[in-house]
Design a protein around this ligand. Structure first.
Ligand code: ZN
Ligand code: ZN
Ligand code: ZN
Length: 374
């Protein structure tokens, strides 16, 4: 899939984020955060890098300025981010050097380190061998920041929501009986880009029995005239913030019990969105959707959590799941996507992204929610 040019925020946004990360590092009783490539690095610096076996890491010590450790061969790419403007100290290295010594320089042999989730074990183990204190995950520190979206991030998510809504609005151009799921998916992927995304991150076309498998992507299956079809699509816009929206489609008049079941699902989704507000817990949103389905005898057909946070990653904190007593705060963005699945027969899912506001939640997807007849 083609990557369009990604934008980034002004460098003062990243400067503020780096300062806040250092503050949270101190508060967590850590000596340093070691942030590998991926969404966390992008969040903190705007840099998009994907090195693997050669260590690229942003080190944020509790009591000295942050520094970037990077292979010399990657410097050109990295300078193309906010890193150039931030005047971040860059410690480059070449094959044969010890990048771990560079990363931990000045931190002592009993440094309390926390590493970002996606840092490969290949780097975590050598870091761990250089300190007597067990390495921790940086997740609790980084999620504090990434979970609460600022106005510029919400604007990106809003633009992403509008872009994916435009794709759903055009679904009748491509989704027809007699075509394969794969052919429909290819057209949708092109439209995702045409409507303003950098790329199609995922395109799920689940027709008939395939709709009953939430993990189904697409297949050579021919779509039939009586099929219910689940379309779950999204991708990144702007500085990398993602859309993610699901609608369920049909062609003719659906059998009565299917129409009735999807109507219950629609009520369940709406109940969860209505429950989303500051002070509510993540699990209470899940319960709001689940109880509507349970009253209709459909609890057993809803086989996944109600939602996931979204931002630079399609799936991130907060997770809207039973057992998560995290209290929702303004600026949190997440999906509300209950589904019902009848193995071997059909499935349906309705998904919007919502952002918690001062007194409720704003839905970033506004297409009609019920079974949509094409
Ligand atoms: Zn989705
Ligand atoms: Zn989702
Ligand atoms: Zn998902």
């Amino acid at each position: 899939m083609a990557h369009g040019p990604a934008s980034r925020f002004d460098s003062d946004v990243y400067a503020r984020r780096l300062a806040r990360a250092a503050e949270l590092t101190v508060n967590a009783g850590l000596d340093a955060l070691v942030v590998g490539t991926g969404p966390d690095l992008r969040y903190l610096t705007g840099a998009v890098a994907d090195t693997f076996e050669r260590l690229t890491a942003l080190v944020i010590p509790a009591s000295s300025p942050p520094r970037l450790i990077a292979p010399r061969m990657e410097l050109a790419t990295l300078r193309d981010s906010a890193i150039g403007d931030l005047r971040l100290a860059v410690h480059d290295w070449v094959d044969g050097d010890d990048p771990y010594a560079l990363a931990l320089d000045g931190l002592g042999d009993d440094a309390a380190l926390a590493v970002s989730d996606p840092l490969p074990a290949l780097h975590v183990i050598p870091l761990g061998e250089r300190t007597s204190v067990p390495i921790r995950l940086a997740t609790p520190v980084l999620r504090e920041m990434r979970m609460i979206k600022d106005d510029a991030e919400i604007a990106e998510l809003r633009a992403a929501g509008a872009a994916i809504d435009r794709v759903h609005a055009r679904m009748g151009e491509w989704l027809r009986p007699g075509r394969t799921e794969a052919a429909v998916a290819a057209d949708i992927a092109a439209a995702i880009v045409a409507e303003g995304h950098h790329e199609a991150e995922f395109v799920i076309v689940g027709s008939g029995p395939n709709g009953a498998d939430p993990h189904h992507e697409q297949s050579p299956r021919l779509i039939g005239p009586d099929d219910i079809v689940v379309i779950d699509i999204g991708g990144p816009v702007g500085a990398g913030y993602n859309s993610d929206s699901t609608r369920t489609y049909c062609f003719g008049e659906p059998p009565g019990q299917i129409g009735a079941a999807v109507a219950v699902l629609e009520r369940a989704q709406a109940a969860a969105v209505a429950a989303a507000r500051p002070g509510a817990t993540a699990e209470s949103i899940d319960a709001a959707a689940r109880s509507v389905l349970a009253e209709a005898g459909l609890a057993g057909n809803f086989i996944h959590r109600t939602g996931h946070g979204i931002g630079l990653s399609v799936h991130e904190e907060p997770y809207i799941v039973e057992g998560n007593d995290l209290v929702l705060r303004p600026g949190m963005a997440f999906s509300v996507e209950p589904g019902i699945y009848f193995p071997g027969q059909w499935g349906a899912r309705i998904e919007d992204i919502v952002v918690i506001t001062d007194d409720g939640a704003e839905s970033l997807n506004t297409r009609p929610h019920g079974l949509t007849r094409l």
